[in-house]
Design a protein around this ligand. Structure first.
Ligand code: GDD
Ligand code: MN
Length: 358
């Protein structure tokens, strides 16, 4: 017994073929197909109404949330009547005949996550990708590798017992729901079944730049889950460090162009602080509804002015008055940043995140 969860957006032309293949493969097994459709603009509803007559098909159109592949998969899992669930794409990229092998694996290892994998021995893909797209996928995969033990963390073809995962704690964004399940679920290990990934013949991919940003945010979240408090520490450390590097590069770059060092210090603060702001906007608070950029940026700059005053004041004072810092500007540069950070930290513990009521 198994439930098939298939997220769709404008796949009306693929659904009939897909169901036909599935029926061929699973004819001896009790199964249901849940198509989780995000209000496609094509005739998905009509086609499914037809197909319901011949196949054990349920069409879900959850709505009430943004269009999202991962959230659709969760909706499908919640609605499925069997505990065993397999998730696959509607565009026939994931070969349904592999479901049998995956089922056999799950039968023997019910506490494992079964993954259809392109990169595992015997797997393949026939993507006619540009260099750029290939590199993109390679980097995306590499970034997820430390989170899970498998060769294809990006795969969207997988099988599991849904009771092994608390679906209510899942907070996926974007495409990589398989990764979310592997990280959050209670699985002994990932078992990979090699698949031949076929390029879609009909319709078009919904993957775009927006999805790639969502992926970065999703990854960040999963790292925080995996690493706990330490992850937060690393995250803020990494954001801070990247700002520091930018600050340093602009500081020396400006001096290289002939700008006096005090002025260079005053100017280089701003790209760095804006960079940190942008990173936090995309990553840290990426899930909240975004307020207008310019206004938010101005508010941020306003609240940074005090930090700037401390940072610049310390730099200015040390390089003007203290012999050691006159010789080593970089030491004053670091001292300024250090004092401003201490100040920020003190201000936020005392005021912003204080335990006082009200
Ligand atoms: N409900 C819903 N909502 N379904 C969606 C949405 C959405 O917003 N966006 C895409 N889908 C459906 C598509 O209709 C398709 O059935 C499936 O999700 C995959 O979408 P594609 O647009 O075909 O994705 P892809 O080919 O770029 O990505 C594939 O490769 C990845 C690995 O590289 C998918 O197989 C991914 O699952 C896989 O991780
Ligand atoms: Mn596809």
């Amino acid at each position: 017994m198994i439930s098939l969860v298939i997220p769709t957006y404008n796949e009306a032309d693929n659904i009939p073929n897909l169901l036909c293949k599935i029926e061929q493969v699973l004819s001896d097994i009790e199964y249901e197909v849940l198509i989780v459709d995000d209000n496609s603009t094509d005739d998905t509803v009509g086609i499914c109404a037809q197909l319901k007559k011949s196949y054990p098909l349920v069409l879900l159109q959850p709505g009430g949330r943004p269009r999202d592949l991962s959230l659709s998969v969760i909706d499908g899992c919640l609605a499925s009547k069997f505990d065993r669930v397999v998730v696959l794409d509607a565009d026939l990229s994931h070969p349904p005949d592999k479901i049998i092998l995956m089922l056999a694996q799950l039968d023997n290892n019910p506490d494992c996550f079964i993954l259809g994998s392109r990169y595992f021995e015997g797997g393949s893909f026939d993507r006619q990708w540009s260099c750029w797209r290939f590199l993109n996928s390679y980097v995306a995969t590499a970034m997820a590798r430390p989170l899970v033990r498998c060769t294809d963390p990006m795969s969207g073809f997988f099988m599991l017992e849904k009771s092994r995962i608390d679906l209510s704690v899942c907070k996926p964004i974007g495409y990589k729901i398989g990764l979310e399940f592997m990280v959050r679920g209670d699985f002994r290990r990932v078992i990979e079944v090699p698949i031949g990934f076929k390029d879609r013949q009909i319709g078009e991919s919904k993957m775009d730049l927006g999805q790639q940003f969502k992926y970065l945010r999703h990854l960040r979240r999963l790292y925080l889950v995996k690493l706990g408090g330490f992850g937060e520490f690393i995250h803020f450390g990494a954001v801070g460090t990247s700002g520091f590097v930018l600050d340093l590069v602009s500081y020396y770059g400006l001096q290289f162009l002939g700008v006096p060092h005090t002025l260079a210090r005053a100017i280089s603060f701003w790209p760095a602080v804006s960079w940190n702001w942008a990173l936090n906007r995309v990553l840290t608070f990426g899930e909240r509804t975004k307020r207008p950029k310019t206004r938010q940026w101005l508010e941020f700059v306003g609240s940074s002015l005090v930090g700037f005053a401390v940072n610049f004041g310390v730099y200015q004072h040390l390089t003007a008055e203290v012999g050691f810092f006159q010789r080593y500007h970089i030491a004053a540069f670091i001292a300024g940043i250090g004092c401003a950070s201490l100040f920020n930290f003190a201000a936020s513990t005392l005021f912003v995140y204080s335990n006082k009521r009200g």
